[in-house]
Design a protein around this ligand. Structure first.
Ligand SMILES: [Zn+2]
Length: 187
């Protein structure tokens, strides 16, 4: 089994020490004995905007075969300004709105007057009483009307737009630079 660990360190961390620590852990836990199979590659250029982006970058740079990697990323300080907090709230609200709209069961005896719904994709007629989802039980096509799907799409767009605004606002704040180190060994 592959054991993959991620750990964050200060930008000026003693790299030799970090590697020594992981060598010890690897020696203790891995089935091969010995330390890490490769030295950690500390990638000097580029600073990712978040932990998640740093993780993605590591995945992209990974050469496989127990490549040990470290990249830099920004950890933003908590922004307590009213404007920023308001943006966070708006993103959460927009997400909730999208989630509710997309998960809502469209055809229920309470919501629609007809007792059957026709599938435009395969032509099946399905009893509303027995519909437990928004897709056709025969061909799995989405049964919801185009106008409903458009409403959901708009809600999703709004959520993404708000999230983008929040990201922009976050990027103006203060941050520390950290190393994200990935080590991998076999257990
Ligand atoms: Zn169908």
């Amino acid at each position: 089994m592959h054991e993959i660990h991620y750990a964050s360190y200060k930008e000026n961390v003693n790299r030799r020490k970090v590697e020594d620590e992981w060598d010890e852990i690897c020696e203790r836990e891995s089935d091969s004995g010995g330390g890490l199979y490769n030295h950690i590659r500390w990638i000097e250029n580029g600073i990712s905007d978040s932990y998640d982006e740093a993780q993605k970058r590591i995945e992209n740079l990974d050469r496989g075969d127990y490549d040990q990697l470290a990249v830099k990323y920004k950890r933003f300080h908590e922004n307590k300004t009213k404007g920023h907090q308001e943006l966070i709230k708006k993103v959460n609200e927009a997400y909730e709105d999208f989630r509710k709209k997309s998960e809502r069961l469209h055809y229920t005896p309470g919501n629609v007057t007809s007792s059957f719904v026709g599938c435009k994709n395969c032509g099946s007629k399905i009893s509303v009483k027995h519909l437990k989802s928004n897709s056709c039980p025969v061909c799995h096509a989405d049964l919801r009307p185009a106008s409903t799907l458009k409403t959901i799409e708009n809600a999703e767009k709004k959520w993404h737009m708000m999230a983008e605004r929040l990201k922009k606002d976050t990027s103006k704040g203060k941050f520390d630079v950290l190393w994200l180190v990935k080590v991998e060994y076999h257990v």
